[in-house]
Write a protein that binds this ligand. Structure first.
Ligand code: BG6
Length: 500
């Protein structure tokens, strides 16, 4: 990693006065500075439309770092970070303005070796304008290395995503287009592959002979905050399922890749995404629940339709639950349930793998509970395994017990798990795109999102209410009840032992 320190890097953020930059990017750079990973030849060019001086920009940025840095705030580190930052006023649609960028890529070392990264933290409608202007202003001819990092949503629909991809690949080359999905930078998402493929005990039972069903849950306490304009167009399907949750699904369900190289892993992920079933025309009315939050019962939080920049008659879903299958010999007959929503009663992202019941007539007084493995992604990271053991003091009564590996507890003070953005920013600078989404994946997931929305409209599927602060609409529990199952909560409970 140390070679990064000497390399001249010009990291340009378009949209540097937006929510994402304040909340995630600048705090991530602060953390990288604290870890000593930003060299003296690292420059962070923050592009915005407002006529701010550098000092004014830093003043605005400061409270965000104070609030969002995982290391806490330290004045000296903030000053060090500030010395890398240059705020530049630039109109993204004005070609001439891009000539200003040429003033910033001169470093003490040879400018031709400068790594240029352009991070587009702006609406997708600006992606191709920026790419064209960077190209036509001659900026992309100045150095050898130019990479572009894009936030989701990648385009406004499938057709737009395709044309965008073309423009970007033409300007930068496919291998220099980095489509970010910050879930890929999360520690436990990466750990899924290690758990699966480094342990015979797991990989051997990772199939329909042993597994009854798999559930992927991402529940959030927050509402749409100040992102009403974006969210009201996207909804939970495009905001969370199409990208983050399908990424998790693809890691859970993929076949073993032939190596850990990006292209091999992506191929296996794409195989899963190509084989999703249950999301077509008529099927979706039985397999998907769309929900929207109403005000909380105690009146402390607003209904979605009362949020800023949200239409008062909006039918955008803030909650979605769906059931699908992966059409492969490994997964035939195993339902995958996915659930995500805003303004739910807890913040928790996890994958539950419920094993089939153990058919046995040995324990006459009691049926053993189904074994359960939970991969905890956040806020706690770790692995929980629930199984059956003998109740002490009795002849053969069963007790349900668990083992709980808390990764974030063990490692927090020693290596402090890097937050997703820190990791991904660093990977983009290093030129490693393993943790970024491929175009094929993006295209496939757009295809599902569009067809779901199309049939939703055609079939006039209803949107059901749930109170803010609840665990979601009843219809979502019904979805599993019909199959004789229920949603698994990420709760660690130990049955109390009662000695006979
Ligand atoms: C973003 C979505 O991609 O992910 C947000 O746009 C969501 O709506 C966020 O809140 C969740 O990310 P995390 O890392 O907090 O789970």
């Amino acid at each position: 990693m140390n070679e990064l320190l000497d390399q001249p890097v010009l990291f340009t953020i378009f949209g540097s006065t937006g929510d994402l930059t304040f909340r995630k990017l600048i705090p991530a750079f602060y953390n990288l500075e604290k870890r000593g990973l930003l060299g003296k030849n690292f420059k962070l060019l923050c592009i915005g439309r407002r006529a701010w001086t550098n000092e004014e920009y830093l003043k605005v940025v400061r409270p965000w770092v104070e609030k969002n840095s995982r290391f806490g705030f330290n004045e000296e580190i903030f000053q060090r970070l500030s010395s890398h930052i240059e705020y530049v006023k630039l109109e993204m649609t004005v070609l001439d303005d891009y000539k200003k960028l040429a003033d910033y890529d001169r470093f003490e070392n040879n400018q031709s070796s400068t790594v240029n990264i352009y991070y587009l933290a702006v609406a997708p409608s600006y992606f191709s304008i920026i790419a064209d202007n960077l190209k036509n202003s001659g900026q992309l001819d100045r150095c050898a290395i130019h990479r572009v990092v894009l936030e989701k949503p990648f385009g406004e629909d499938l057709a737009h995503a395709r044309s965008l991809n073309e423009v970007l690949c033409k300007a930068f080359g496919e291998s220099n287009v980095y489509r970010i999905d910050h879930y890929l930078g999360k520690e436990m998402i990466q750990n899924i592959m290690t758990l699966r493929f480094a342990n015979r005990v797991f990989e051997g039972i990772w199939n329909n002979r042993f597994i009854d069903n798999i559930q992927i849950t991402a529940s959030e306490i927050v509402g749409v905050e100040n992102r009403g304009t974006y969210y009201d167009n996207a909804g939970a399907l495009k905001d969370m399922v199409q990208n983050h949750l399908f990424q998790i699904l693809s890691f859970i369900a993929m076949e073993k890749p032939s190596s850990l190289k990006a292209e091999d892993i992506r191929q296996r992920q794409s195989d899963v995404l190509e084989n999703l079933r249950g999301l077509g025309s008529d099927e979706i009315k039985d397999n998907i629940v769309f929900g929207q939050y109403t005000a909380s019962t105690d009146g402390s939080s607003l209904a979605y339709r009362q949020e800023e920049n949200v239409a008062s008659d909006s039918s955008t879903e803030t909650f979605i639950a769906l059931k699908l299958e992966v059409d492969s010999p490994r997964w035939k007959g195993v339902p995958f349930y996915i659930k995500t929503g805003k303004r739910l009663d807890e913040r928790s992202t996890y994958v539950s793998i419920q094993f089939k019941p153990q058919a046995t007539d040995l324990f006459v007084s009691q049926e053993p509970q189904q074994d359960l493995l939970i991969i905890k992604i956040q806020p706690d990271e770790g692995v929980y395994f629930r199984f059956n053991a003998k109740k002490p003091g009795t002849m053969n009564d069963i007790s349900t017990v668990f083992m709980n590996f808390c990764q974030s507890c063990i490692y927090e003070n020693r290596i402090n798990t890097p937050e997703a953005y820190e990791r991904l920013l660093l990977e983009a600078v290093k030129g490693d795109d393993t943790l970024f989404a491929s175009w094929h994946q993006v295209e496939l997931t757009w295809h599902y999102a569009e067809s779901i929305n199309l049939y939703r409209k055609k079939l006039a599927l209803p949107i059901v209410d749930y109170a803010a602060g609840s665990d979601g609409p009843d219809a979502s529990s019904e979805l599993l009840k019909r199959d004789g199952r229920e949603w698994i909560r990420n709760e660690i409970t130990e049955e109390s032992y009662t000695e006979n």
